[in-house]
Write a new protein. Structure first.
Length: 380
């Protein structure tokens, strides 16, 4: 028997709750973006034009992205590709559609595309968070089975029906909702301290994609390719986050040295550690030792970054060292907790290891964007 009633996806008059949430997110986003556009003295109709372009292009992009990686579901009935009401939208395709819309609108109004994207980024993060509750209503975007009774509670887990039985799964939609809110708040703070055009967009990609890299590894319904353990959105998220760190490094034209190269190397180690853990959790438990070694290498890279920065500055800088040391304490704790776990169920342990790695990746971006980056007034 079902442990609780099914949630009705339809709110009223055939309109789904998901549609109501998405429309609400669009309206809230438009309000936030319009305020910021007025503050920056952009042309009056900029945001309404962006909305008119972004909605259809985002929808098309989200649908095409999903269909591309699930084409076998539609190959026998191509008309079903247009049946969006049955589900099948992917956020990264929607973002690509939004990028095209931003380019078209910026050319129309003679403004910088990066400026427009900087305005939109915080609202996008908030909208994604709101939209995740549509996943709850539709009972999708959930995670791995939760067998431990002490963990069978919301918000850690959520019940999902399979036939006539409910099973507890990790509430990954809620994890991302929480992370999207954090990203939204951080972006509102960051945009007041930007040094260059495009910084808010870059930080959206770095923050959101770092969190998505971890959360995607816990989902049960991810789009995959090559094998069931290679999740498309997880790979793209990791690549995008690393690309931002590399971009921050490349734009420091007069500070290329060991002290700036070290964070890039550390960021690459973060990706290696994350995906070693992903394959370890998926099917190759023999990778546990290599995953632990990569975690140890991350800790060593943090100490090297601090040592190089101290030598470069001629003094110990707690402002730079403290965030690294805090994440280093987490990594050290995980290394200690990992002793004797080679043959254990490391599902949750791998996620904690990935969290530590992604925190380090974000800190590498922060180092290259702020402490190690010379002051500039390019976007002010």
């Amino acid at each position: 028997m079902l442990s609780r009633p099914m949630i009705d996806r339809v709110a009223f008059f055939g309109i789904s709750w998901y549609a109501i949430l998405i429309v609400s997110a669009i309206l809230i986003g438009y309000f936030l973006c319009s305020r910021e556009a007025r503050r920056l003295s952009l042309p009056q109709d900029t945001m309404i034009d962006f909305l008119l372009y972004a909605i259809p292009l985002g929808l098309i992009g989200a649908r095409l992205y999903y269909v591309l990686f699930r084409f076998n579901m539609y190959s026998e009935d191509l008309w079903s590709i247009f049946d969006v009401r049955s589900g099948g939208l992917a956020i990264y395709g929607g973002i690509l559609g939004g990028l095209i819309a931003a380019r078209l609108v910026s050319k129309k109004h003679g403004i910088s595309t990066l400026t427009l994207l900087d305005i939109v980024a915080p609202a996008l993060a908030l909208g994604q968070g709101i939209g995740r509750w549509g996943n709850y209503i539709n009972m999708e975007a959930y995670g791995l089975r939760v067998y431990e009774e002490e963990l069978q509670f919301f918000p850690f887990a959520v019940e999902i029906p399979v036939g006539n039985v409910w099973y507890w799964h990790m509430a990954t939609f809620f994890y991302e909702f929480c992370w999207d809110l954090v990203v939204f708040v951080l972006l509102l703070i960051i945009r007041r301290h930007c040094r260059r055009r495009g910084d808010v967009l870059c930080w959206y990609l770095l923050l959101y994609c770092s969190g998505r890299t971890v959360i995607e590894g816990l989902r049960n319904d991810s789009l995959t390719f090559i094998s069931e353990f290679v999740r498309i959105s997880q790979v793209l998220s990791a690549i995008a986050a690393l690309a931002v760190v590399i971009y921050f490094f490349v734009r420091i034209r007069d500070r290329i040295s060991a002290v700036t190269i070290a964070p890039v190397i550390s960021a690459v180690l973060c990706i290696v550690c994350t995906f070693l853990g992903e394959f370890e959790r998926g099917a190759y438990s023999s990778l546990f030792t290599f995953s632990q070694l990569s975690l140890g290498a991350l800790l060593l890279s943090q100490l090297i970054i601090i040592a190089l920065w101290t030598a470069d500055r001629g003094s110990f800088d707690m402002r730079v060292a403290l965030p690294l040391l805090l994440d280093g304490a987490l990594i050290a704790g995980l290394l200690v907790a990992g002793v004797g776990r080679a043959n254990a169920d490391n599902t949750y342990y791998v996620s904690l290891r990935q969290c530590a790695a992604m925190i380090q990746l974000m800190l590498c971006g922060w180092l290259l964007c702020y402490p190690l980056c010379p002051q500039t007034n390019e976007s002010e």
